[in-house]
Design a protein around this ligand. Structure first.
Ligand code: ZN
Length: 372
């Protein structure tokens, strides 16, 4: 019998590796594969797939030929010692500079776009209801500018591809990564066919410094970008409140045909680059809530998972997200960490204030908020 769920996990992903000392190493995929085999006790209830890298033609959906040519040439010839040309800063930020012993980044970035394409074809085409792309969610990449460890934006690719090739007109993107999805936001800022809901740590306190609640889209797309800047140390209760008061009512009113979710383990309190306050039950809740929302669109979800910067948390966090999404019990216990759980008064009150502000700003665009 054919399964309902597929996980795309291509072998070449480990090449998405910025090298020694960089926060984004390719070993995350090896660590997760080992952990996944050991703890995900559902052998045979999903199909495990591999895919082909995206072609230039496919990449042109999300960026220009000049950007693709520069990115391919630079990352393929960088070798072990990187020689920066004057053009680098025109196309990429400093945090995308590969270090010693980096992997074949551009090839792996194409593979991630290939996975996104396959995931969209399989879910939109009805072969599976939920497809998870491990390695996906490179949400900082902009049309012609790579940043935040992201070369090509697979979240944006999903949106564009589903609009253009599958003829969809109501696509929901939920970004639960701790950082704001500034790249994805830019792609769809004026487009009412893509509702972009982004839950991230308050941009006053974290890269990329955008994603404020007053950024709500422009032109025809006004009201279709919803930024939810979570106060530092926001916990399970704060996130649940945001889902209940903003995400659920808006998604019901929008009535999406498919959901694309992205984000890995970096909202966990133990992450070394961020300051949020979720534990595994919080990440599990994110997956579960997305799964429940997907009943609106026959269960259709493309799920993109890659981020996380504490390797003692990452495999646990990814598994919690996946188990929540697929409707399994949470099978792993909270990892024991050197970092203690933050006890900060006021983060829930601040989340309530933020939610009230967002509902007020969006009132003219959504009936569900008009009674406020
Ligand atoms: Zn992130």
């Amino acid at each position: 019998m054919k399964e309902d769920t597929a996980i795309i996990f291509s072998d070449g992903l480990s090449e998405y590796d910025f090298g020694e000392g960089h926060p984004f190493r390719g070993n995350r995929y090896d660590i997760f594969k080992k952990f996944f085999r050991e703890f995900f006790h559902t052998e045979g209830r999903y199909d495990l797939l591999e895919t082909e890298p995206a072609t230039d033609q496919e990449l042109l959906k999300i960026c220009s030929k000049e950007y693709i040519d520069f990115t391919r040439n630079f990352f393929n010839t960088a070798g072990s010692s990187v020689r920066l040309t004057g053009n680098f800063s025109r196309y990429h930020s400093g945090d995308n500079i590969p270090r010693e012993h980096h992997g074949k980044l551009e090839e792996a970035a194409r593979l991630i776009i290939g996975q996104a394409k396959q995931a969209c074809d399989l879910v939109s085409g009805g072969e599976y209801t939920k497809v998870i792309s491990i390695g996906g969610g490179l949400h900082h990449a902009k049309p012609n500018y790579g940043e935040g460890f992201c070369l090509y934006n697979d979240v944006a690719f999903c949106g564009r591809y589903l609009l253009q090739e599958h003829g969809l007109s109501r696509i929901l993107i939920i970004d639960t990564d701790a950082h704001a999805g500034n790249g994805t936001c830019e792609y769809f800022y004026d487009n009412p066919e893509v509702l972009f809901i982004d839950l991230h740590q308050d941009p006053y306190t974290l890269y990329p410094g955008t994603g404020f609640s007053h950024e709500i889209g422009k032109g025809m797309g006004t009201g279709y970008t919803i930024n939810l800047p979570m106060p530092p140390y926001s916990d399970l209760k704060a996130y649940e409140y945001v889902f209940e008061k903003v995400v659920e009512p808006v998604v019901k009113e929008f009535d999406p045909q498919i959901i694309i979710r992205n984000g890995g383990s970096d909202p966990h309190y133990g992450d070394i680059l961020t300051n949020l306050g979720l534990k595994l039950d919080g990440l599990y809740m994110l997956g579960k809530n997305v799964s429940e929302l997907s009943s609106i669109c026959d269960g259709k979800v493309v799920d993109l998972v890659a981020s996380g910067y504490n390797m003692d948390v990452l495999p646990y966090g990814w598994l919690a997200l996946i188990e929540g999404l697929l409707g399994y019990e949470l099978s792993v216990e909270e990892p024991l960490l050197d970092i203690s759980f933050p006890r900060v008064d006021g983060s829930q009150d601040n989340a309530i204030k933020m939610v009230n502000q967002v509902r007020e700003i969006l009132k003219p665009y959504w009936k569900c908020f008009s009674g406020d």
